[in-house]
Design a protein around this ligand. Structure first.
Ligand code: ATP
Ligand code: MG
Length: 427
């Protein structure tokens, strides 16, 4: 029978790779904890309506990329394509947003039916951070500071650039959209089908068109900057001043618009040129209108999401994962000859008790010394403990040796009773 394969664009993360993931997760957990953010977990499946109402009907995600289906009750559900919508739904449903400030984070898989390629998958993972009930720009800067701190801890800060833009309030964009539609109508003959459709439903999306003919038709189009309100301009100016004061470098990019409709005022992206085409590793901004748009009480909000796979690719290719994170096994205990069957397990248990931070494997399955020591090397351990006995099950007659695995093969014979203390000199 033919073996079944994973779904295209959905990756298995194997043990060698998962060490990088765990390292990244532990850095992220440490940073959010140090900034006082708390974890929220919410389902992978939500009503399709939640994503339509938040991300926007006329967006790539909702039009083309969602995994949606009718369940057995006939309810139309979707696999979450991003985390903010579910986070807002959950926080509002449980009253966390009512006259309160919240600093939340989440992590988990997201699903988008995109064309799979390096750094772009159909199941991918995000770390997200969301803050509610604060007007900014101090909270916006705190979020950027948190991201910058993560890059620093991961030692990749020099490979990332922060791009920022001010996209104005929802009202500003509405006024701009009307003007843009009028302009596009005057260029109707030069638009393709997609652009002709979107010029009424979501004219700003036409600006993103990859079609050179459409891009040409956009020559002389009105610019959003001219429609941005004074309040937005002041918010954005203060944000830039604060970033400068805190030493967080940024580049302004007037073309930066995000693929989700709910953003307003400042939006941003951290990008790298170490990944080729898929250079965005983190995107976010303010989304003050979203909670009310989903039926809640108007609530100020801001947040960002990080693409975990892209960070993993970066860490691996730049060799930024510390060696100790890649070696989960420190000590490998061999049982050679007629050692009592439980002795290896007992010795390993004592070592674990004394050195709880170490990974200790006790060899199982018997075999000759040569085959066991080979497994010890393959485990990545830096030390082997060799228990060897000639007589059946007599612990008193066991020879015990501590052996370095690696460049030096220094070894020492020790008494079984001294093993846990003597080994300290090898660590
Ligand atoms: P892109 O421009 O690369 O399509 P996006 O603007 O669609 O990204 P967001 O919705 O802002 O991405 O999601 C935040 C982050 O999640 C991105 O910066 C990226 O790192 C990551 N990401 C988004 N889509 C994918 C995907 N299909 N596969 C892997 N990572 C992704
Ligand atoms: Mg995308």
């Amino acid at each position: 029978m033919a073996k079944l394969q994973a779904i295209r664009g959905m990756n298995d993360i194997l043990p060698g790779q998962s060490l990088t993931w765990q390292y990244l997760e532990s850095c992220f957990h440490r940073v959010v904890q140090r900034y006082g953010y708390q974890e929220i977990r919410f389902p992978v499946l939500e009503q399709t309506q939640l994503f339509k109402r938040s991300i926007g009907e006329v967006t790539d995600i909702v039009e083309k990329e969602m995994y949606s289906f009718d369940d057995r009750n006939g309810d139309n559900l979707s696999m979450r394509p991003e985390g903010t919508a579910g986070c807002v739904r959950a926080a509002d449903q449980h009253g966390l947003l009512y006259n309160q400030q919240q600093r939340l984070w989440y992590a988990g898989p997201m699903f988008r039916h995109e064309r799979p390629q390096k750094g772009r998958y159909r199941q991918f993972h995000q770390f997200g951070v969301e803050a509610f009930g604060m007007a900014g720009p101090d909270i916006d800067v705190e979020l950027l500071q948190l991201a910058a701190q993560l890059w620093q801890e991961l030692d990749i800060a020099e490979f990332l650039t922060l791009e920022i833009n001010n996209i104005g309030s929802a009202a500003d964009r509405k006024a701009y959209g009307a003007e843009l539609t009028a302009f596009l109508e005057s260029r109707k003959e030069n638009l393709d089908e997609d652009a002709s459709k979107r010029m009424y439903s979501n004219p700003m999306r036409v600006l993103d068109s990859k079609n050179p003919q459409v891009q040409e038709a956009l020559e002389g189009a009105p610019e959003l900057a001219a429609f941005v309100s004074q309040e937005s301009i002041e918010h954005y100016a203060m944000l830039r001043a604060m970033l400068t004061e805190l030493g967080i470098a940024f580049r302004e990019n007037a073309r930066l618009v995000r693929g989700l409709d709910y953003y307003n005022n400042c939006v941003y992206e951290w990008t790298t040129d170490t990944l080729g085409a898929q250079g965005a590793v983190c995107g976010g901004g303010r989304y003050d209108g979203l909670v009310a748009q989903l039926g809640g009480k108007p609530t100020l909000a801001a947040g960002f999401a990080i693409g975990v796979e892209r960070l993993v690719l970066m860490l691996d290719s730049l060799e930024k994962v510390p060696a100790e994170a890649l070696h989960p096994v420190d000590i490998y205990v061999l049982s050679v000859g007629k050692v009592a069957p439980s002795l290896g397990l007992q010795v390993a248990a004592e070592l674990r008790q004394k050195y709880p931070q170490l990974g200790i494997v006790s060899h199982c399955g018997g075999g000759k010394y040569n085959s066991q020591i080979k497994k010890a090397f393959n485990s990545g351990a830096s030390l082997a403990v060799v228990l060897e006995a000639g007589q059946d099950g007599d612990n008193a007659a066991v020879d015990v040796k501590i052996r370095r695995l690696g460049d030096s093969d220094e070894s020492r014979d020790v008494a079984l009773t001294d093993l846990t203390t003597q080994i300290a000199e090898f660590l």
